[in-house]
Design a protein. Structure first.
Length: 95
């Protein structure tokens, strides 16, 4: 599995598949991420990572999350790599 951190955030990662163990906290608490207001059943479902109602400022939402430390994992796609590159360029220009 390839899993690398996203610059500027020690709790955001790009990965080619669902991690078994969270690289940040070392726990086996990585779950499928669900965006939106959860039903009561989903809220108590320990097999899900609830993102909430406000989306992340990324072109696509994270696919997985760690229930222990709130780390987020995005599928490593060209679209996400381009977004990260744009963030890095913006930071260099604005520092």
């Amino acid at each position: 599995m390839n899993c690398r951190s996203i610059p500027e955030r020690d709790d955001w990662f790009l990965t080619d598949r669902k991690p078994t163990i969270c690289p940040r906290c070392g726990q086996k608490e990585v779950r499928k991420a669900v965006l939106g207001y959860p039903t009561e059943e989903d809220f108590y479902d320990e097999s899900l990572f609830i993102i909430g109602c406000i989306p992340d400022p990324t072109p696509v939402q994270c696919k997985f999350g760690c229930r222990e430390c709130d780390s987020k994992f995005w599928k490593d796609t060209p679209e996400m790599r381009d977004h990260i590159k744009q963030m890095e360029e913006w930071r260099k220009e604005n520092d």
